[in-house]
Every structure is written in structure tokens, then in C-alpha cells.
Design a protein around this ligand. Sequence first.
Ligand code: G3P
Ligand code: CA
Length: 235
Amino acid sequence: MMKVKGIAHRGCPSRYPENTLISFKEAVKLSYSYLELDVQLSKDGVPVIIHDTSVDRMTNGQGRVKDLTLVELKELRIGGTEQIPTLEEALTLLRDQLIIDIELKQMGNLYPGLEEKALTMVQEMGMLDQVFFSSFDHYSMVKLRQLEPKAEIGLINHSASPALFPFLKELNARYLSINLDYVTPELIQRCEQENIIFIPYPVDQEEDMQDMLRYPSVLICTNELERWASISSVG
Ligand code: G3P
Ligand code: CA
């Protein structure tokens, strides 16, 4: 079966809770070629997979991720049965399955050492060529580039500005993620010219998916994996 060209955003959140191992397994089962996940650090410095800076929305607990140890985070439950995965668990599960977009949820210096810790884990597991790192915090990606010249890097921004392109070049970054609301044909064309893989997010509605089909160079990021698989007709 051919792989579905698209990024499974936080796994398969239309079927299973986001950023959980069961959700990641589902994206693999649906033959996605890329998967995105969000990484933060526990109080004791372990890279863990969760989107919000607090555990309140997704788990039966309360508090900030950075104030809870790994043991405390592992005691929590998501949807009754799932746990917050570590980055190591996610990488182990996804080895050789698809390309992983590791979004570092760095904000200023909220997570000191996040870049080093996530990168070291990927390197030690020999998976550098199976991942790319991305962040809204562009300085985080500068740090990542300084640490590892060979790492693939992406920038995330809500909207696009022309100033992003020289910066992408300087960083030797390969991916650019922009909110779908700010996507224009000109932006897509500019990415093609600059050899940047363009990622609109989130592309969940059928009409937006149909629209994106007009641009073969684009890699859409979606929460609606089955919908995109059926529309893009490559599953
Ligand atoms: O990669 C784009 C997307 O993951 C960024 O938004 O808030 O879902 O992490 P968010
Ligand atoms: Ca994300």
C-alpha cells in the first residue's frame, strides 16, 4: 500500500486522544508518511509528549508539566487508560515507520536544555534521519542548528512574512509550517522556489483539502486522517 502524503497531527486525534501511543499507532496503521508530536520537559528533565503546558485538559490531573516529575506524569491517565508518553517511548514505537515532526514546545527558557535533551535522545537512538525538529520558538531552532548541523529543521509561524525566507536559508531549514488561514498561492510558490517544504496546518475540512490538492508540493498537516486519506486517494 502506498503511504498517505500528509502529516498526522498529534497522531490520530479524530479516533484516539492526541499525543498518545495508541493514537500514533493508528496513524501508522493508516499509512501516514509523517507524524507530528509535541515535546516538553518534566520537572526532572525527561522529554515527554504533550501539547499544553498544563496537564489539565488532557489528563485526570492538574498542574504544569514542568512542575511534575516523570513518575507523577506517568500516574495520570488520558481518556481513562492512556499515559503521557515519553519521547523515548514514541521514538521506539515509530522507528522505521514514518518521518517524525518533533515540535519542541519551547517558549523562551521555559524548558532549559529541551533542545539538547530531545536531540541527544534522537541521536542515541540513531534516528536523526527519521525526524525533523520544529518550533514556534525560532531561537530554539537556532540552538538546535548550533548543536547539530545535520538535523532537519522546520519553522512554525501563525502567518508568513518575507523576512522568514532569509532566516530559513541561514538556518538551513527545510520546512515551514503556517496556519491555513494565512496561506496564499504566492507563499506556496515562494516555498517551491526556495526549496522549502511547505506545511499548512490544520487542514481538516473537505473544501480545504480539495483546495490543497491543487498544490502537489504541499505537505498538509491534518487532524482528520481518514478524510485526507480518502480525498488524496493514495491510501
Ligand atoms: O505543526 C503545526 C502545529 O503542530 C502547530 O500548532 O498548536 O497544534 O502545536 P499546535
Ligand atoms: Ca504541534
